[in-house]
Design a protein around this ligand. Sequence first.
Ligand code: CA
Length: 230
Amino acid sequence: MSPKQILVIEDETDIREMLALRLKKERFQVLEASEGMTGLKKAQEEQPDLVLLDLMLPFMNGLDILRKLRENRKTAQLPIIIVSAKGEESDVIVGLELGADDYVTKPFNMSVLLARINALLRRFQTSEAPAKIVSVGSVEIDSDRFLVTVDGEPISLTRTEFGILYALATSKGRVLTRNQLIDEAIGSDALVTDRTIDVHITSLRGKLGEARELVETVRGIGYRLAAVED
Ligand code: CA
């Protein structure tokens, strides 16, 4: 298998060089860009396997780069992880809604970042049709029959709770914002607030019993399903 290529778009030299060094150690090929315009150009011309995208960048910020990449058919599916500074939660939410696949917050733990990178690359390698039955830990979801079991015991969910659980389960550890959950589980034209999702989540957790801890709150951003090795 040829080495995967990662584009690091980051203006802080120390962070960029540290990232490049560590990624090379993990046998990735690394491309670097220190500002937005070059970053966008390299992403489009080199078509890397994954992009680590800082948000605050000179000339063109990370969200504009993201928007441009998603608009272009050639880079619409390119795996992107946002690297944000503390206090940029609202930008992270916008980023996830623009189609970023994941995010990490600075200062980040390198082994966590590597795990996210590898998980994302794996996800894109095996992008076959979504399975009819998805299982996460002790929870099994049968999307054809609208059936959910915990440890083999069926539980009764509302359609919205089912939609939320299914959206989280098929995102495989990726964070979904409240708006994304509204789109997936309720419908984007519905008149609901962010709080609605929180209420459904509380109810869903109650019904999951022991498995409730699988549904993780990501403070200020949204929800995700805990990664369980299968
Ligand atoms: Ca920056």
